[in-house]
Design a protein around this ligand. Structure first.
Ligand code: PMP
Length: 381
């Protein structure tokens, strides 16, 4: 077909993670995507059924149901009200509208490297100048205020933080977050704090930079905490002066988040599924152990102990030369061993040499997938 695409899409492609997982057949072992294997907790399914039985599913206000916004505000413990909250279609849309509201052509946006690929893609779409915020192995991949200080310029508009972190499982320390908050205080620099894994952690609870910084935007969702990825329900929290603009963007992009998902979110945030959330966290803790043991036994390469989220960051730098990149390595692993993992390069240049293994999969799949990865690496390197 003969047509011209908008210039802003130059260089925007399907994520490398999806490129690998799309090669896999239905029986491949899924250690690639961050997709929890649990069903949505029963009390939430019941809430959805009850609401749908009434048969009337209207729009909600553009910012979402007032009661839901109040519950989200209350859950922060920061003494804020519903005027700080907009309900979105997952954390993903929250990231999108927050960037759309703040970033001008050529603005510097600091993006964790390695980090969640969507930050980079959306920044590129908006014509931002992407500046690496390096996450370093010697810091366990958590953010360092010194690195932020080094990367900030007069053109800096936005800094992305993500704790617990995808892909490394790192959790940022309160002291570094405090120092970053001090660095940006009184400047026209915002922080987007992506907290979609905030309730999945294995040691100390993660802390939000919003406790220290005035210009903080928090992104969260039901997806990971409640195993509700397909319900597409998230939210963005920001000071009311910015929020009114985020709501205008939300209105024009999606009108409102799905009404049934908002109803279910209200029930979830009132605690109806807290038992299930606790059980899932216990199960992630168990799967994390299984994955670390399996990696020691079958792969024998260094890895970062996950402190949050459900990813293990594995060093396979010894094998990269053989394949040219972790993308080719991961593709070959799918072909030869029907096992999907995420190539580190998909998370930024500093991710090269690593694989991200998801332990959101079933324990048996974790054991078998890591075993196959070990065999693959031993056979070929
Ligand atoms: N942020 C991070 C770090 C993620 O890993 C994901 C999903 N994989 C999202 C945001 C978006 O999730 P959702 O839109 O389902 O809330």
């Amino acid at each position: 077909m003969n047509f011209t695409l908008a210039h802003r899409l130059n260089g925007i492609e399907k994520s490398l993670i999806r490129q690998v997982s799309d090669l896999a057949g239905p029986n491949a072992i899924p250690l690639g995507l961050g997709e929890p294997s649990f069903p949505t907790p029963q009390p939430l399914l019941e809430a959805a059924r009850k609401f749908l039985e009434k048969g009337h599913v209207p729009y909600t206000p553009n910012a979402g149901l007032r009661e839901l916004r109040e519950l989200i505000a209350k859950a922060t413990g920061r003494g804020i009200d519903h005027n700080w909250v907009c309900v979105t279609v997952g954390g993903q849309e929250a990231i999108f509208i927050a960037m759309l509201a703040l970033v001008n052509l050529g603005d510097d946006v600091l993006i964790p490297n390695p980090g969640y690929p969507a930050y980079r893609t959306v920044a590129k779409l908006l014509g931002a100048n992407i500046v690496d915020l390096p996450l370093r192995a010697q810091n366990g991949f958590s953010v360092s205020a010194e690195d932020v200080e080094r990367a900030v310029t007069l053109k800096t508009k936005l800094i992305f933080l993500n704790s617990p972190q995808n892909p490394t499982g790192a959790v940022d320390s309160a002291s570094e977050l405090q120092r970053i908050a001090q660095l940006i205080a009184k400047r026209d620099i915002w922080v987007i704090s992506d907290e979609v894994y905030s309730r999945i952690y294995y040691g100390e609870a993660p802390i939000s930079i919003a406790r220290f910084a005035e210009k903080a935007i928090v992104v969260d969702s039901l997806s990971k905490t409640f195993s509700m990825t397909g319900w597409r329900l998230g939210w963005v929290i920001a000071p009311p002066e910015l929020m009114q603009h985020l709501v205008a963007l939300n209105q024009n992009a999606i009108t409102c988040a799905p009404t049934v998902s908002q109803r279910v979110a209200m029930v979830a945030l009132q605690g109806a599924a807290d038992t299930a959330v606790g059980e899932m966290r216990d199960e992630y803790r168990r799967r994390r152990e299984i994955m670390m043991e399996s990696v020691k036994k079958f792969v024998g390469r260094p890895y970062t102990e996950p402190r949050g989220a459900f990813y293990l960051w594995l060093d396979v730098s010894h094998a990269v030369q053989e394949y040219g990149s972790t993308l080719e390595l991961a593709k070959e692993l799918v072909k030869q061993k029907q096992t999907v993992v995420s190539p580190g390069i998909g998370f930024g240049s500093r991710g090269e040499g690593y694989l991200r293994l998801s332990f959101a999969a079933e324990p048996e799949q974790i054991r078998e997938g890591v075993k196959r990865l070990g065999e693959f690496l031993n056979e070929t390197v």
